[in-house]
Design a protein around this ligand. Structure first.
Ligand code: ATP
Length: 331
C-alpha cells in the first residue's frame, strides 16, 4: 500500500508553505446549469504564506487539526476545513488511511479574496503526500487539488498563471521582474458566494454588463505588461468583474481604491471577491509609502507590503523556519 506507516515514521513531520494570491484579471461568465460561473482569470502568487505541518499519527487515529495565527476564530476546525478535506481526498486517492496530525498556521486573513483557505488545502496536500510517500505526479496532485476548490491548483503551482474553466485549468504566464503590492485589508471578510450573487443580480437588473462569451486568453495589454515587466502598464491593465459587486456589498471599498489612486498607486483593484484591495506600487520605497498612507485610512484594518510572483507550495526544509523568514523571500 503506498505510504503505509512504518516504525521509522513515528513522529516524522513535514512542513509546507503555500502562497496567497491576487487576480490581475478576473472575467466572470454567466452561471451554468451546475451553478458555477466560468472564469478567465490571471492569478499571481504573493509572498504571504500559509504554513501546514503534517505529523505522522497512530494508525486509526484519523485526521486531527489545530490552527494558529490570523483569523483562528473564523476558521472551521472540523471536517469542512480545507486542510482536513485535502488530507482525506489524498488518502482516498492513494487508497490509504487518512491518519495525520495537521497544524495550520494562518497568515492570510479569512474570506479576504486572497485564497488563504485554498493555500491551506494546497499545503496540506503536498505535506501529506510527502509524509505518506505518496509520490503523486504533479499533474495528479493538481487533479486532486481541483476537487477541493477552484483556487487550490494555483496555490500548488504559484507564479503567474492563466486560469480558465472554474479557474482551475492553469497555464503559466511569462512575467518579468518583481512586482510590489500593498494589500489593504478590511476589518471583516466578504462571502465569495454572496459577491457572485450580487454580480448576477446586477446583470439581471441591467446594472452590469453581461459576459455571454469569455475570451479565454490573457488580455493582450496585460500579457504585454507582464512580458515587459512594466508595472505602469500593468497597473492600467488590472481589472476585475467582481469589483463593483464587492463594492455594492461593502461601499467603503470604493474609498480605499480611490485613496490608493489618489496616493499615486500604479493601479488598485479589489482582490478576487474582496474585500482586500490590491494596490500596485512603483518599487519597494513607493510600496512603503502607500502602505503608510492607506494604513491611516479609516476603512483599512491593516496593510501588508508583499511581492510577486513567488513559487507555489513548497516544503520548508530544515529547522522551524517561519514562512515570513527573509530567507524565503523570492522563492
Ligand atoms: P475564496 O478562495 O473562496 O475566494 P477567500 O480567499 O475569500 O475565499 P478563504 O479564507 O479561503 O477566503 O475562506 C473562505 C471560507 O472557507 C471561509 O469563510 C471558511 O468558512 C472556509 N474555510 C475552510 N477551510 C478554511 C481554512 N483552512 N482557512 C480559512 N477558511 C477556511
Amino acid at each position: 500500500m503506498p505510504g503505509a506507516p512504518t516504525c521509522r515514521d513515528r513522529g516524522r513531520r513535514v512542513v509546507v508553505h503555500a502562497p496567497a494570491k491576487t487576480n490581475l484579471h478576473l472575467a466572470v461568465g454567466a452561471p451554468g446549469h451546475d451553478g458555477y460561473h466560468p472564469l478567465v482569470t490571471v492569478f499571481q502568487a504573493l509572498s504571504l504564506y500559509e504554513e501546514v505541518t503534517a505529523t505522522a499519527a497512530e494508525p486509526g487515529s484519523g485526521v486531527t487539526l489545530t490552527v494558529s495565527g490570523r483569523g483562528v476564530d473564523e476558521t472551521p476546525l472540523g471536517a469542512s476545513n480545507l486542510a482536513v478535506r485535502a488530507a482525506r481526498a489524498l488518502a482516498e486517492h492513494l487508497g490509504r488511511p487518512a491518519d495525520v496530525v495537521l497544524h495550520v498556521h494562518k497568515t492570510v486573513p479569512v474570506a479576504a479574496g486572497m485564497a488563504g483557505g485554498s493555500a491551506d488545502a494546497a499545503a496540506a496536500l503536498l505535506a501529506c503526500d510527502l509524509l505518506w510517500r505518496g509520490d503523486l505526479a504533479p499533474a495528479d496532485r493538481l487533479d486532486v487539488a481541483a476537487t477541493l476548490g477552484a483556487d487550490v491548483p494555483f496555490a500548488l503551482l504559484g507564479g503567474t498563471a492563466l486560469g480558465t474553466a472554474r479557474g482551475d485549468r492553469l497555464e503559466p504566464v511569462t512575467a518579468r521582474g518583481e512586482l510590489h503590492w500593498v494589500m489593504a485589508w478590511a476589518r471583516e471578510g466578504l462571502s465569495t458566494p454572496a459577491v457572485f450573487t450580487a454580480l448576477d443580480d446586477a446583470r439581471d437588473a441591467g446594472r452590469a454588463p453581461r459576459r455571454d462569451v469569455l475570451d479565454a486568453r490573457v488580455p493582450p495589454a496585460l500579457a504585454a505588461a507582464l512580458a515587459d515587466g512594466d508595472p505602469h502598464a500593468l497597473g492600467a491593465a488590472l481589472d476585475n468583474d467582481l469589483q463593483d459587486a464587492a463594492v455594492a456589498l461593502r461601499p467603503a471599498l470604493a474609498g480605499v481604491v480611490g485613496a490608493a489612486r489618489g496616493a499615486g498607486a500604479l493601479g488598485a483593484v479589489v482582490s478576487g471577491s474582496g474585500p482586500t484591495v490590491a494596490v500596485l506600487a512603483d518599487g519597494a520605497d513607493h510600496a512603503a509609502e502607500l502602505a503608510r498612507v492607506l494604513g491611516a485610512a479609516p476603512e483599512v484594518a491593516e496593510t501588508r507590503h508583499v511581492h510577486g510572483p513567488v513559487a507555489g507550495a513548497r516544503q520548508v526544509v530544515g529547522a522551524d523556519v517561519s514562512p515570513d523568514h527573509p530567507s524565503l523571500r523570492g522563492r
